[in-house]
Design a protein around this ligand. Structure first.
Ligand code: SAM
Length: 283
């Protein structure tokens, strides 16, 4: 397409022009490798009908490639200095495609469906790492229009989000993400593609939304999941005593849900948790 992606010299020039001093607090590590950007966009399975949502566009490395791959892009950036430069970068680097871009200077943790000119269908983002899990869960909850996505996160977080029951790293993020979507790890990303170079490894995670596994209220299931993993080495009978009111009640709900009270939460999938929450709701 007629898009010039940002290379190392462009990232340096833009950062200098804006006086950007990347902060850890905002997870500011900017991609300066066009091949990585192409790989992310290719892995996101975008179609010309997709409206992409990017959280944290930064200097626009990924944004530019997204403009060429879908109908529209909404970029949500919390740093006002970065947000204010983005439209001009699109006009300079992707003339003819720039009108596809909407920039929202906002916190990705707080956006709701009403903030969007059109409903976003795909999340594609190199996420700020300290808030990547809450951002993904927030967006899946708030934006039912989001059907699929590919995000870059810290490698350990990618493992956790995509973990299956029985795995060592299976936990609260795994179960909650599975409520909304089929989640898969989609490969590592080398540290050298970022400026500044981060001190953690990165990986891609892809997801495709699925039907909710249960009609039970989501928040009821999520508070059960929080309780089950708060004491993950205990049996469920013990770990859920506080949540249920007593160990005897916990045992009753577990048995009603067809779950062995002496197992641990790490063995259960999201449908099991939903049945336990349902058992409590039904008394
Ligand atoms: N996408 C760009 C890239 O690949 O070069 C930048 C990625 S950088 C890892 C994360 C970006 O998210 C930064 O631009 C940062 O300012 C922004 N950010 C941090 N917290 C945010 C939040 N809560 N909402 C929206 N953007 C945020």
């Amino acid at each position: 397409g007629d898009v010039r992606l940002l290379g190392p010299a462009d990232v340096r020039r833009l950062a200098e022009e804006l006086g950007v001093r990347p902060t850890k607090k905002l997870g500011q590590n900017f991609v300066h490798d066009p091949n990585t950007v192409r790989r992310i966009v290719a892995g996101a399975n975008l179609t010309a009908d997709d409206v992409a949502l990017e959280i944290g566009p930064g200097l626009g490395s990924l944004t530019l490639a997204l403009l060429d791959a879908c109908r529209a892009v909404v970029a949500v950036e919390i740093d006002p200095v970065l947000a204010s430069r983005l439209e001009r970068t699109a006009a300079e680097q992707a003339p003819g495609l720039a009108e596809r871009l909407t920039v929202l200077p906002a916190d990705g943790m707080r956006v709701t469906a009403a903030d969007f000119p059109q409903p976003p269908t795909a999340l594609v983002a190199n996420l700020p790492y300290n808030v990547s899990v809450p951002v993904v869960l927030h967006l899946l909850a708030e934006l039912p229009s989001l059907r699929h996505g590919l995000v870059m996160v810290q490698s350990e977080v990618a493992d956790r989000l995509a973990a299956r029951p029985g795995s060592k790293v299976y936990g609260v993020p795994s179960v909650k993400a599975a409520w909304y979507a089929d989640v898969r790890r989609a490969g590592p990303v080398p540290r050298a593609v970022f400026w500044p170079i981060p001190n953690v490894d990165s990986a891609l995670v892809s997801f495709v939304r699925r039907d909710a596994p249960s009609t039970v209220d989501r928040e009821a299931v999520f508070s059960l999941v929080d309780a089950a993993f708060a004491q993950r080495r205990k049996t469920l009978r013990a770990a859920l005593a506080g949540w249920a009111g007593s160990a005897a009640l916990a045992e009753r709900y577990l048995v009603a849900a067809g779950v062995d009270p002496s197992t641990r939460g790490e063995q259960l999938d999201v449908a099991d948790f939903a049945r336990i929450a349902q058992a409590r709701t039904s008394g």
